[in-house]
Write a protein that binds this ligand. Structure first.
Ligand SMILES: *Cc1c(COP(=O)(O)O)cnc(C)c1O
Length: 376
């Protein structure tokens, strides 16, 4: 492919001296685990997010698992999440023997529908995991109100939207997403907006008690060395990844801006095509475009992807199969047709390359190729 979904090499080249120096420093100190780089990144990320506690961990999936482990839930307790997300969100619920309860999404933003959340609440419901999909915030204000009314925990999955801002429609206050719920979780998978050079993740909270508990859980449930008060996991962010992230964090807002400009270019190019619905951003959030995702209207999607591939242009489908139709998650509670919005989206969405190294020249090639196919 000439144009891939991301260009991590191009991005690295621009920060190479800084990154190489930081990595070599860790090699020369052999401070691989829990070194000063981890503490530094933790502190800087807390400041960036405006949150009291960041707990670095090994990946975004662990972040979600540890968050759930900190809530002392019992097998069979229900956790509500969206049917249109990456599998990790439901996976950790199922792994902990909790019951994932899926709900449909909003057709414009692709994010979890708060009305559907409220309708799915039962006496067994203990938590809600909204996912801020593709780079914009779910309606976290309404979700928080519902959670408060029913005494539920909110864990935000902000793996795809780190850096986005949410403005509370009531107070008018703007804060980083991931800091509204009881716990926020994110991923530093290399292609995420704040990506490491390997795996990484973080959990954040303003709650001192939950923070203390999660710090113990990520470290084998250990309070004092070799005294284990509860069952934990081994989930650490290694120092090399922390050093890379500490550098990239300084550029995150700039990276978000480049993605937003690239999205605007695409939006303008597709604005007059009746076959393409461009992304809709809700008015309470900024959009950091982890993905740039179109909804196709009466277009042969496979044909379009092949047309693009023939021209060396990558495209992808996030996500081709809704959670309730995934083989490992088939459940007599659900059947095809239960989540019509998610099911329709899974058949009609397509994501185009979006990253920090796009240029108008590359984007023109991509938009010309898309329009050539859909308008033929
Ligand atoms: C990437 C992602 C995760 C998992 O992150 P990993 O670091 O790959 O474990 C969880 N939820 C969503 C929505 C994601 O996109």
């Amino acid at each position: 492919m000439k144009h891939n979904m991301v260009d991590l090499v191009g991005q690295y080249k621009k920060i190479k001296p800084e990154v190489d120096g930081a990595i070599l420093k860790i090699l020369s100190e052999a401070s691989f685990i829990n070194g000063p780089a981890v503490k530094s990144f933790q502190k800087n990320f807390e400041d960036y997010l405006g949150v009291k506690h960041v707990i670095p961990c090994a990946n975004g999936t662990d972040a979600l698992q540890v968050a759930l482990m900190a809530l002392d839930l019992k097998p069979g307790d229900e956790v509500i999440t969206t049917s249109f997300t990456f599998i990790a969100t439901a996976e950790v619920i199922a792994l902990l023997k909790l019951t994932p309860v899926l709900v449909d999404v909003d057709p414009d933003t692709f994010n979890i529908d708060p009305q559907a959340v409220e309708a799915a609440i039962t006496p067994k419901t203990k938590a809600i995991i909204p996912v801020h999909l593709f780079g914009q915030s779910a309606d976290i204000h309404t979700i928080k109100q519902i959670a408060k009314k029913h005494d539920l925990f909110v864990i935000e999955d902000t793996a795809q939207a780190v850096g986005a801002d949410f403005t509370c429609p009531e107070s008018g206050k703007t804060k980083k997403i991931g800091t509204f719920g009881h716990i926020g979780c994110t991923s530093f998978f290399p292609s995420k907006n704040l990506g490491a050079y390997g795996d990484g993740g973080a959990i954040f909270t303003n709650d001192d008690e939950l923070a203390a508990k999660m710090r113990v859980v990520v470290n084998h449930g250990m309070t004092t060395r070799y005294y284990h008060d509860e069952i934990g996991v081994n989930s650490r962010l290694d120092s090399i990844q922390a050093a890379v992230l500490d550098i990239k964090l300084k550029y995150l807002d700039e990276y978000s801006k480049i993605r937003q400009e690239a999205a605007t270019y695409y939006n303008n190019a597709f604005a007059s095509s009746p076959k393409i619905k461009t992304p809709v951003t809700a008015d309470f959030t900024t959009h950091v475009f982890h993905q740039y995702t179109l909804v196709l209207i009466d277009v042969d999607r496979e044909g379009l992807m092949k047309h693009l591939a023939d021209k060396g242009i990558a495209s992808a489908i996030y996500y081709p199969v809704p959670l309730h139709l995934q083989k490992a998650y088939l459940d007599p509670r659900y059947k095809e047709g239960d989540f019509p919005v998610t099911e329709a989206l899974s058949k009609t969405v397509i994501s185009l390359p979006i990253h920090t190294e796009l240029t108008p020249e590359i984007q023109k090639e991509i938009t010309d190729a898309v329009l050539e196919f859909v308008e033929k």
